[in-house]
Ligand binder design. Structure first.
Ligand code: NAD
Ligand code: TYD
Length: 340
C-alpha cells in the first residue's frame, strides 16, 4: 500500500507520518509538503532514514505537479493534512487559505478522479461547526451539527469538506472526513497557544491572552488524533464524517495557568490583550460515533498529557529555538540540497 500524507512536515502531519512509518513497515509512506513557514523537516529526523519513508517537496494547489506525482507514485491512499492552519493569519491573509485549503483540496480530488484512489481522507476541524455559547455546557458538536463558520480559516476548511462530499456523491470518490478538536503535543509550531506560552514563559516574556481568557477549547493529545485517523482509514465507512475529541474542555486562562504552574513561573507574566476579531467562544466535540462505531478511546487525559508535553518542550529546547531564530528553514537545504 502506498500512502501519500500531505502536510507531513507540519505539527499533526509529522506525528502521523512517524506513527504510520513505525507501525506499518510494509506500507510506503510518502510525505508531500511545500515546506511553508509551518513545515519543518526537523520534526521527522526519527524516520527520515526509514526504508518505507520518502519526502517530496511540492504544492497541493499546483495542478501539474500533483497530476505528475499521481502518475509517478500511483498512490492507494491520500491523507490530506496540508493546510494553512492558523486563525490569526487567516484574518490578515485570507487568500492563501482559499488557495491551499480549498483549491489544494480540489486539485487533489481531481487527481484522484483522474487516476483512481482507494481512499481520500480529509483532515478537517471542529471549527467548521462554528462555536457554542459559554453558558450551555450541555451542547456539543455532533456530525449532524450544521456547518456555520466564523473565521476565514474555518470557512476555507468547511468549503474543502463540502467539495470532498461533492466529489464522493458526484464522482464516486471513496472519501472520509475527520473533524478533530484542538490538538496539543510535540512538534506544534510555537505560534499556537500552548507552545507559544511555554516558550515565552521560559524566556520570562509577557504572555498574550486574548480578551478575558474565558474562551473554551476542547484539547486532544496529537497521538490520540493520529490513532483515530489510522482507525478511520482501516475501518471507517466511505462517505462518512467522524468527530474526534476527548472531552477535555479548558478555558484559555486555565491552560495558561497550568503551564505557569508546571514551569514555576508567576501569573504576573499574563497580559490580557485585544481580542481576536470574531473569536469563537467554545468548541466541544461529541465523539460518540468514533467510540461506538470504531471503538476509539483517547489514551491521554489532559493533565498527564500536558505534563508530558511541557516536559517535551523542556527536553527539546533546541527544536523550538531553531524555529524562533529561523534556523529550521536551513534544514531542507542541508538534508536535501545535494539530492535535488
Ligand atoms: P501546520 O500548520 O502545523 O502544518 C501544515 C503543513 O502543511 C505544513 O507542513 C506546511 O508546510 C504544509 N502546507 C501548507 N500549504 C501547503 C501546500 N500548498 N502544499 C503542500 N503542503 C502545504 O498544521 P497542523 O496544526 O499540523 O494541522 C494539520 C491539519 O489538521 C490541517 O488541515 C488543520 O486544519 C487540521 N486540524 C488542526 C488542528 C490543530 O489543533 N492544530 C485541529 C483539528 C484539525
Ligand atoms: P490557537 O492555538 O490559535 O487555536 P484556535 O484558534 O484554532 O483554537 O488558539 C487557541 C485559543 O487561545 C484561542 O481561543 C485563541 C487563544 N490565544 C490566546 O489567547 N493568545 C495567543 O497568543 C494565541 C496564539 C491564542
Amino acid at each position: 500500500m502506498k500512502i501519500i500524507v500531505t502536510g507531513g512536515a507540519g505539527f499533526i502531519g509529522s506525528n502521523f507520518v512517524i506513527h504510520m512509518v513505525k507501525k506499518y513497515p510494509e506500507h510506503e509512506i510518502v510525505n508531500l509538503d511545500l515546506l511553508t513557514y509551518a513545515g519543518n523537516l526537523e520534526n521527522l529526523t526519527e524516520v527520515e532514514k526509514a526504508p518505507n519513508y520518502k519526502f517530496i517537496r511540492g504544492d497541493i494547489a499546483d495542478r501539474k505537479f500533483v497530476f505528475d506525482l499521481f502518475e509517478q507514485e500511483k498512490p492507494d491512499i491520500i491523507v490530506n493534512f496540508a493546510a494553512e492552519s492558523h486563525v490569526d493569519r487567516s484574518i490578515t491573509d485570507p487568500e492563501s487559505f482559499v488557495r491551499t485549503n480549498v483549491m489544494g483540496t480540489t486539485t487533489l480530488l481531481d487527481a484522484c478522479k483522474e487516476y483512481g484512489i482507494k481512499r481520500f481522507h480529509q483532515v478537517s476541524t471542529d471549527e467548521v461547526y462554528g462555536d457554542l455559547p459559554l453558558d450551555r455546557p450541555d451542547l456539543f458538536f455532533t456530525e449532524e451539527t450544521p456547518l456555520h463558520t466564523s473565521s476565514p480559516y474555518s470557512s476555507s476548511k468547511a468549503s474543502a469538506d463540502l467539495f470532498v462530499m461533492a466529489y464522493h456523491r458526484t464522482f464516486g470518490i471513496p472519501v472520509t472526513i475527520s473533524r478533530c478538536s484542538n490538538n496539543y503535543g510535540p512538534y506544534q509550531f510555537p505560534e499556537k497557544l500552548i507552545p507559544l506560552i511555554i516558550s515565552r514563559a521560559l524566556a520570562d516574556e509577557e504572555l498574550p491572552v486574548y480578551g478575558t481568557g474565558e474562551n473554551v477549547r476542547d484539547w486532544l493529545h496529537v497521538s490520540d488524533h493520529c490513532v483515530a485517523i489510522d482507525l478511520i482509514l482501516e475501518k471507517g465507512r466511505v462517505g462518512e464524517v467522524y468527530n474526534i475529541g476527548g472531552h477535555n474542555e479548558r478555558t484559555n486562562l486555565e491552560v495558561v495557568k497550568t503551564i505557569l504552574k508546571a514551569l514555576d513561573k508567576p501569573e504576573s507574566l499574563i497580559r490580557f490583550v485585544k481580542d481576536r476579531p470574531g473569536h469563537d467562544r467554545r468548541y466541544a466535540i461529541d465523539p460518540t460515533k468514533m467510540e461506538t462505531e470504531l471503538g476509539w478511546k483517547p489514551q491521554y487525559v489532559f493533565d498527564t498529557g500536558m505534563k508530558q508535553t511541557i516536559q517535551w518542550y523542556l527536553d527539546n529546547k533546541e527544536w523550538w529555538e531553531h524555529i524562533v531564530n529561523g534556523e529550521y528553514t536551513k534544514y531542507f537545504e542541508k538534508m536535501y540540497g545535494e539530492r535535488l
